[in-house]
Design a protein around this ligand. Structure first.
Ligand code: MLT
Length: 387
């Protein structure tokens, strides 16, 4: 019986993925798996029982990835599962920036008691006029699941779309409409775009990437959209750029005490992926990733360990080892297994930066005794008896 816990409410359709053999617990120390949305795990003690964390969403800045990796805890996310929800919000954000829809709606509310509203609005509407998206240049920073959807739909709306992604995957590249121009550098994008939307993860090297230097290369009156993470934008520099008019509007899903006081900010409370469909998709994907890992030891969409697919286990036993990516590990691991007189039928080993993961399919059932011997090897972080 596997036990899992949820640190936030998670869509029932996702929890239904855990069938027989799974129990939900409220005691995080009893759980082998954690499902999380936005709850911060940075100050949490990670119990020795914990083997996996799945984030129902894309951003993982609420999870201590390194601390988890050091304990052999595999962290998953759900790339693409909420991409359509975010894409639709980005289009909405561009429209809100292009035309004063919000001002117009407020005007109607304020004039609700006006018996002649149908006439007076014809006079008032000039105050809320705007521009169209068609023909404008959109720059998409980051062509991952969300960036590609945004680029393609904007292209279909008649925008001239440019994208940049130094880590563009083959899969995403193949999904980009051929009318979208993929540029080599951020500078080329900054120089020509009327709208710039950012869709990169928050990492040490993306922190504050939209800053004074970047703004100085952009067109005067550029509109910036941020449906990714707040700290990708340097608030101080944004304030200055908004005050000078360099940035005409900042559309953000991440209001904070500084941003909400800035002029020409259009802010929503992190609504990008807040749709029934996105929440369901993320929950189902996260639960499936956990099941595959718990039941078969296979890893897909991890953000701190390598992906590793050893398929179904057709041998008598399977044991998995999360370990440091250092010399002689495989030699030591296989020595321990063979010293027990066990034959290794199949072995899959994958590495990712400092960490690696190994699946051994063996000709006898694996046991906690064998696991304990493997755990004694320096550099082994977690051993799991899967079968
Ligand atoms: C994400 O990271 O997936 C989105 O920002 C939505 C969310 O945080 O749930």
């Amino acid at each position: 019986m596997f036990q899992y816990t949820c640190l936030n409410p998670v869509a029932q359709i996702g929890l239904d993925v855990f069938g027989e053999g799974y129990a939900k617990t409220d005691d995080v120390n009893e759980a082998e798996a954690i499902l999380v949305r936005s709850a911060s795990m940075h100050d949490m003690e990670l119990s020795d029982k914990l083997v996996a964390v799945a984030r129902a969403g894309a951003g993982v800045n609420n999870i201590p990835l390194e601390k988890c990796a050091e304990k052999g805890v595999v962290v998953f996310n759900t790339p693409g599962a909420n991409a359509n929800g975010v894409k639709e919000m980005v289009i909405c954000g561009m429209l809100l920036a292009a035309r004063d829809i919000d001002g117009g709606i407020n005007w109607v509310k304020e004039n609700a008691s006006d018996e002649n509203i149908s006439k007076s609005m014809e006079k008032a509407k000039k105050n809320f006029a705007g521009t169209e998206l068609k023909g404008k240049k959109l720059g998409v920073i980051g062509l991952g699941a969300i960036g590609v959807l945004v680029a393609n739909v904007a292209n279909r709306l008649g925008m001239d779309v440019y994208g940049v992604d130094p880590y563009l995957s083959v899969k995403n590249a193949l999904n980009i409409n051929r009318d979208v121009t993929v540029l080599k550098s951020y500078d080329e994008l900054y120089e020509q775009c009327d709208y710039i939307t950012i869709h990169v993860p928050f990492l040490e090297d993306t922190k504050g990437m939209l800053n004074k230097e970047a703004f100085s290369k952009m067109k005067d009156g550029v509109i910036i959209l941020n449906y990714a993470r707040d700290l990708l934008v340097n608030d101080e520099d944004m304030k200055e750029a908004l005050e000078s008019g360099k940035v005409a509007k900042y559309v953000t899903d991440f209001p904070n005490p500084a941003v909400v006081k800035m002029p020409n900010v259009i802010a929503t409370p992190h609504l990008g992926a807040s749709t029934e469909e996105s929440e369901d998709n993320c929950a189902v994907m996260a639960a499936n990733e956990l099941r595959e890992y718990l039941e078969n030891g296979n890893i897909s969409n991890s953000v701190n360990y390598p992906n590793c697919d050893a398929g179904e286990c057709f041998t008598a036993g399977r044991i998995t080892v999360a370990h440091r990516n250092i010399p002689k590990m495989l030699h030591q691991l296989t020595n321990v297994i063979s010293a027990e007189g066990i034959n290794i039928d199949n072995m899959t080993n994958k590495s990712r930066k400092e960490y690696a993961y190994c699946v051994f399919d063996i000709d006898s059932e694996s046991s906690e005794e064998l696991a304990d011997k493997l755990r004694e090897i320096d550099g082994v972080l977690k051993v799991r008896v899967v079968k």
